[in-house]
Design a protein around this ligand. Sequence first.
Ligand SMILES: [Zn+2]
Ligand SMILES: [Zn+2]
Length: 331
Amino acid sequence: MSVLELARSSRWVSRFKIFYSQRKLFLTSSSSFSTTSTANNDEGPARPAAPPIRVSLTESAGRGVFATRRIGAGDLIHTAKPLVAHPSLSAINSVCYFCLRKLKTTSQTQPLQFCDKNCKEQSKVFYGLERRANWSAYDDYCRTHGLKYPLLVKRLACMVISGVAAADGLDILQPANLSSIMVSQMEEGFGLLRSAFTKANILDEQIAFLTKTWYTSVLARIRINAFRIELARGVYEDLLLSAAASVEAEAAVGNAVYILASFYNHDCDPNAHILWIENADARLKALRDVEAGEELRICYIDASMDRDARQTVLSQGFGFQCNCLRCVSGD
Ligand SMILES: [Zn+2]
Ligand SMILES: [Zn+2]
């Protein structure tokens, strides 16, 4: 079993990411990063509009997310909407094609469905374009090779052509190091994606951004920054209040890429975690009391593994050696 398979087989490994040490950093130590906070009624008590975090440099792991005030155990730190999300091919008829919410009724005859008018409306532009092309060869390519990330690239490309996403929207994220073998394996996907658009009579100038370099660069970023979306199973209110990391999750419904959520560093004994309750909107929650100035970290892997197994998965799958307190203590 390869390390990536090992990693994927763990339900806690939801993405691949490497540390940012010795890399060019785009944020200074004093800059802050705020997101649009969606203060819905379902997110608990009223909170300030800006989340209580900032993105700053860490001493050893590049950028990281820090608390700007005290955060209590179980508190929602912030929510995050995906930049791009796509259902798994196995879940494509059972979840919303836009937000990955479980559909109440599923239909095999209607190819793709949305959970409500809002999702339909938000995807209207790029979905209209997506429907113009024939994706059977591209989807077959993903199925045959067991690939899920090219689906995110396809959607992003449709969003870029439709003008709802920027071609360089993922550039802020750290890319995986790709071997020449990996790049050559991506050529087939790139060719199929491009030909699907040209066969659908999408003009050359509309897909001028869609070069092999763009395709591999986007895929390299998705590889280590995509989260596998597993909707939590349980009583909704309990999940909102709980500080426990071990919520029971259903099988993955899809994958998504976020910007801010990708800035959280890893810890084998994390003080924060990410969960999905009803759809691909992520919730970052505190697992214990966090003081102002403390770095917020999530666990990328199955925290129940022993130290050696964790180090192997983190080093080979994510490209770094973990020096968290738990690892240092030999736990
Ligand atoms: Zn939806
Ligand atoms: Zn560790």
